[in-house]
Ligand binder design. Structure first.
Ligand SMILES: [Zn+2]
Length: 266
């Protein structure tokens, strides 16, 4: 199974992958009937999750029903228990929306939910995250996960995310990170899929982020919280939902600006 899934990941264009996968994995799910693991995004339970990975497969990762991965299930818990996302009807920008969240967020937020991407047929607005067609201070919440490693200029994308977020707004910006690296590794001369896999870990990655990831987010203006939320959960919970044990949530905020002026200047 892991070989089959890896083949699909590497041969079906990224933009069609989620559309295709939702049918394929539901067919496969009959072989995964059971109650050892539970997807806390779609509430289905299975014997185990499907394996997933472009280069190396991780066992017990992908929900056959909603396509959630370990990190999505962690984000779902985080949104539910650590934020007011589900109760405050925030105007939300979701860049490259993950399939497992899409319908759920649409139902929750209606018109307040804006999905955007350069290629994904799942997104309503076609745009480059490095040059967004939105006005300044438009959104209360932004989600942009596993995108920054794919774009030419991650800092430009981050500045754009910061620009369209309202003062006082917040977001989650996750990327794959190699914490063994002190600083992010990128090299514009590495361009072929083979070389990119060798240097950055995946054929379409343009960099490998290091432990300076939070500083890069901060460079765009964000206040950044590196939240080790998963460490607050019980081992049973981590096992039941197959959560990523070492994932740090990058929670960003845009400062509320308060101008103090001398009334004589008015
Ligand atoms: Zn699921």
């Amino acid at each position: 199974m892991k070989h089959l899934i890896r083949w699909f990941l590497n041969h079906i264009p990224r933009k069609y992958l989620q559309l295709f996968a939702q049918f394929a994995t539901r067919l496969i799910s009959v072989f995964y009937i059971g109650n050892k693991v539970e997807c806390n995004v779609c509430r289905r339970h299975y014997r185990k999750f499907l394996p997933y990975g472009y280069v190396k497969s991780r066992a017990n990762a992908l929900c056959p029903n909603c396509l959630s991965l370990e990190r999505h299930r962690l984000m779902q818990l985080y949104l539910q228990y650590k934020t007011k996302f589900y109760t405050s009807n925030p105007r939300t920008l979701h860049v490259a929306p993950e399939f497992c969240f899409l319908r759920r967020f649409e139902r929750l937020l209606g018109e307040n939910y804006v999905t955007a991407d350069l290629e994904s047929p799942l997104a309503k607005v076609k745009m480059d995250v490095q040059a967004m067609p939105f006005k300044d201070n438009t959104f209360d919440v932004i989600f942009c996960n596993h995108i920054l490693e794919h774009v030419d200029d991650d800092l430009k994308a981050l500045h754009e995310l910061y620009r369209v977020l309202k003062p006082g707004g917040w977001g989650i910006i996750q990327s794959p990170i190699n914490y063994d690296r002190t600083t992010t590794y990128e090299d514009a001369n590495i361009v072929t899929p083979e070389e990119r896999t060798k240097h950055f870990g995946q054929h379409d990655h343009l960099r490998e982020f290091g432990a300076d990831y939070a500083l890069r987010l901060a460079k765009a203006g964000f206040d950044v919280i590196e939240d080790h939320y998963v460490e607050t959960l019980s081992p049973e919970k981590i096992k039941r939902n197959a959560l990523p044990e070492h994932e740090i949530i990058y929670f960003v905020k845009k400062k509320m600006t308060v101008k103090s002026i001398d009334s004589q200047d008015l």
